[in-house]
Design a protein around this ligand. Structure first.
Ligand code: BGC
Length: 547
């Protein structure tokens, strides 16, 4: 078969039709409801114990750390009390060997050392004073609790949460595999290592990145109503949404404030349809899953998120390269090609290595609309060491990459549509003149060309949404959501700790949307910008793909 014909046949296998989108949405809603009723389901629907959002007037210095993908981020957030804040952060790539460490303490000790380093760099005075106080006080309790930073811990893996700062790790995802940590309270694991270094830090809140994104977006998005969904389409994928407590049927272990009648639910939709009732399944999806560290789970994530799309593409390409009847990246094309040199694939090319094809090259393929695809061909040389690829090679690469990216976007629309429909907001009078707001973050949605457009194209095809409904849905980036959101939740947690926190008691009696409206009118009356982020500093910034 010619390369062109073979490409067409591969592309067709990644088609995800409107009909499949609709079937997917129905099944997603079914699995959402199942997850609200009992534990152990494919869609975990984890209660987060977050029942309200802050009102924007609080002041204080909070810390947030973020473990969940390629990098570990530490930040401190100074809330100014007028809806603005200042943020300082540092970011470090997580050493690969620690992602699969034997002992949980190896990984968590690394995190604690990074926190120490950050404190010394950005809050040296506080750190010094604390150390001095510690050394001079006669008892370990001699130094005061108020000198301790409250820290929100964004831990973006499935966790069975049983309280605002307590949760047991269910499973690792995104290539992490530290079996020793499974079933343990991740806040305690981190606190233990922090305490070994005598740092003035208390892990006050455990937050999934999607929950942080939802919080931060609610706080920032203009309009009377808050965001209904916070979603990540990055290295991994997941979403958190606001659910009515009355719909949450399974028993809740920990204590929570039920006065708002709502709770944020972490869906863990990466594991939607692990049983493959409706998910598409090509032979390459199957191969990817079988050789992953977690076969059989995160089946939706393995078709949608940045960590996996490049690997699916790589597996397809390797199959084509191996087939003697198909001339992909071979001399046959290059001899007659416009670059007049021999096509070669270096022996150490990432194409021959598991995970060796970074998804970011798919963005280049999608964005390159030059007639000779010269940008993509250059990228194939520099990133994948595939030298002098022909135009036909690049066209095949682009078509297959686009098909995988498009399927991912259409699958993403399944989750979004299901949550929009389940929320009933399209027919809720309170939302009549309001957008249905969704906060998103992650490399894919931020950098993959037309990702949101492709999501909308699929949303328009969903029964119950259609053209009109899709116009009312707004999908906006909530940058730094996980850091800022975690700090906001640490703040709520700090308020919960203190019985005298009257403000928190008041917040407990209002719904999310009431809070947001109050926050906004206050901001409007004072004529202050809703949300300003001033980066005081950033260090060790890496250019690696990350959420
Ligand atoms: C994790 C989620 C997380 C998502 C995005 C998934 O692999 O299971 O907890 O929210 O990645 O980071």
């Amino acid at each position: 078969m010619s390369l062109e014909a073979e490409t067409k046949s591969v592309v067709a296998q990644f088609d995800f039709t409107d009909e499949q989108v609709n079937q997917g949405v129905k099944e997603f809603i079914r699995q959402m409801e199942e997850g609200l009723e009992k534990d152990g389901t494919s869609l975990s629907q984890i209660p987060t114990y977050v029942t309200a959002v802050p009102n924007g007037t609080e002041k204080g210095l909070y810390m947030a750390v973020d473990l969940g993908g390629t990098n570990f981020r530490v930040c401190s957030i100074k809330l100014n009390g007028d809806s603005t804040f200042n943020l300082a952060y540092s970011k470090v790539a997580i050493p690969k060997e620690l992602m699969v460490a034997k002992k949980a303490s190896d990984l968590f000790a690394f995190l604690a050392r990074e926190i120490k380093h950050f404190l010394q760099q950005h809050h040296g005075d506080h750190f010094e004073q604390h150390s001095r106080r510690r050394m001079t006080s006669s008892s370990p309790d001699g130094y005061k609790d108020e000198h301790v930073f409250r820290m929100g811990f964004t831990f973006s893996f499935p966790v069975q949460q049983i309280g605002i700062n307590k949760g047991y790790l269910i499973r690792w995802t995104k290539g992490f595999d530290v079996p020793d940590a499974i079933g343990k309270d991740v806040c305690a694991l981190l606190q233990e290592e922090i305490d070994k270094l005598h740092l003035p830090v208390k892990v006050a809140a455990l937050v999934n990145d999607t929950v942080g994104t939802l919080m931060a977006r609610s706080y920032t998005s203009p309009g009377k109503t808050g965001a209904i969904l916070g979603a990540i389409f990055g290295t991994g994928t997941n979403g958190a949404y606001v659910e009515k407590l009355s719909k949450l049927k399974k028993p809740l272990a920990g204590e929570y404030d039920n006065s708002t009648g709502e709770m944020v639910i972490n869906t863990e939709w990466g594991s939607f349809d692990n049983q493959l009732n409706v998910l598409p399944n090509t032979k390459w999806d199957d191969a990817l899953d079988k050789s992953s560290v977690n076969p059989g789970v995160q089946m939706y994530e393995k078709r949608v998120s940045g960590m996996f799309l490049g690997e699916i593409l790589r597996l397809v390409l390797v199959d084509l390269i191996k087939d003697p009847k198909i001339s992909l990246f071979r001399d046959e094309n290059s001899n007659s090609n416009d670059w007049h040199s021999t096509t070669t694939i270096a022996q150490n090319s990432g194409i021959y290595r598991q995970w060796g094809l970074d998804t970011s090259i798919m963005s280049v393929a999608a964005a390159d609309n030059t007639p000779e695809l010269s940008i993509l061909r250059q990228e194939l040389e520099t990133v994948l060491q595939i030298y002098a690829p022909s135009l036909e090679d690049a066209q095949a690469f682009k078509a297959i990459a686009n098909a995988i990216g498009r399927r991912a976007a259409r699958l993403s629309a399944v989750a979004i549509a299901a949550i929009v429909l389940h929320s009933g907001k399209l027919s809720d009078p309170a939302y009549k003149d309001e957008p249905i707001d969704i906060g998103v973050d992650g490399s894919l949605v931020e950098h993959y060309p037309y990702f949101r457009d492709m999501i909308f194209e699929a949303l328009r095809a969903v029964e119950g949404i259609g053209e009109e409904g899709a116009k009312r849905i707004r999908i906006g980036i909530a940058k730094d959501g996980s850091g800022v959101g975690a700090a906001l939740i640490a703040l709520i947690a700090a308020g919960m700790e203190s019985k005298s926190a009257a403000a928190t008691a008041a917040t407990g009696k209002k719904t999310n949307s009431q809070f947001i409206e109050e926050l906004r009118s206050e901001a409007r009356s004072k004529d202050i910008p809703m949300f300003t982020i001033k980066r005081e500093d950033s260090e060790k910034a890496e250019t690696t793909t990350d959420e």
